[in-house]
Design a protein around this ligand. Structure first.
Ligand SMILES: Nc1ncnc2c1ncn2[C@@H]1O[C@H](COP(=O)(O)OP(=O)(O)OP(=O)(O)O)[C@@H](O)[C@H]1O
Ligand SMILES: [Mg+2]
Length: 255
């Protein structure tokens, strides 16, 4: 479903955020991506949905090469890529259900899409997905009246309403307290498995990654340091992923 080959990203600042990342993943896998701040996790997700153009390397999603697409093709491809942000990215003044319906925009054609009208088939999918995340009773609540955990569940329902080929979540629980973080991670992993969609989750809490993912990828300084099952992630591997050996920082500290 997803092949990433020798992905390299050098930002205009000269910062080499990804060095040579290769990953391949199948439909239905729930993968946690862990690593220090600045390791390159967000850069990786941004490359997959085409927001960041890599310096070199290749990304193929469901047989289509993302890295070879022009802007229009990327816009089309993004209809099938669900994205979940740390800060939810909901339209605050709109009800939960309408936020979920925006996940159907890619399927709403012709004049319907111009006036924001969604017929009953779309509304049914949106309601089903709100139900999947246990928020049917909040359907008519404005997004700004929801709690953080509820907002992130609406974002999950929106992402899966896209009927995505892949869901990318960049620190989806970083704004939530520990208990809600667990619940929202559990929901995200459960929903991903129910619909069998490949899901990549950037996350800082190793224990949540271990508990909810099928596979963990550890990134350190722009390289894949570990790629395996949660039970294979031992302390010495964690040390390698999180070691503090960025020369420019240690020099600054010792100066
Ligand atoms: N737009 C940008 N321009 C220049 N450098 C950038 C840009 N975005 C990220 N970087 C740098 O690239 C490196 C990787 O950043 P990235 O945001 O991918 O890390 P991350 O693993 O997601 O970190 P965090 O856990 O803090 O979110 C960092 O050194 C960062 O400063
Ligand atoms: Mg990040």
């Amino acid at each position: 479903m997803l092949q990433i080959e020798n992905l390299r990203v050098v930002y205009h600042t000269g910062n080499e955020a990804l060095k040579s990342v290769s990953i391949s993943a199948d439909k239905g896998e729930v993968i946690a991506i862990i690593g220090r701040s600045g390791a390159g996790k967000s850069t990786l997700l941004r490359c997959i949905n085409g927001l960041q153009k890599p310096t070199s390397g290749k990304i193929v999603l469901d047989g289509e090469e993302i890295t070879a697409m022009n802007q229009r093709q990327l816009r089309d491809a993004r209809r099938y890529i669900g994205f979940i942000w740390q800060e939810y990215n909901l339209v605050e003044r709109l009800p939960a259900i309408t936020n979920v319906l925006t996940g159907r925009l890619g399927y709403n054609r012709g004049w319907h899409s111009l006036i924001g009208y969604f017929d009953s088939s779309h509304r049914e999918i949106a309601l089903q997905n709100l139900e999947r995340v246990g928020l049917m009773h909040r359907a008519k609540f404005r997004a700004d009246k929801l709690s953080g955990g509820e907002k992130q569940r609406v974002a999950i329902a929106r992402a899966i309403s896209q009927e995505p080929k892949i869901v990318l979540a960049d620190e989806p629980v970083a704004s939530l307290d520990p208990e809600l973080s667990q619940q929202v991670m559990a929901d995200l992993a459960r929903v991903a498995r129910e619909i069998g969609v490949l899901t990549l989750i950037n996350i800082h809490q190793v224990e949540l990654a271990r508990r909810f993912a099928d596979r963990i990828i550890g990134i350190a300084q722009g390289r894949v340091e570990f790629d395996g099952a949660p039970h294979e992630l031992n302390d010495s591997i964690l040390d390698r992923i999180y070691r503090f050996d960025q020369p420019h920082i240690s020099q600054t500290l010792s100066a």
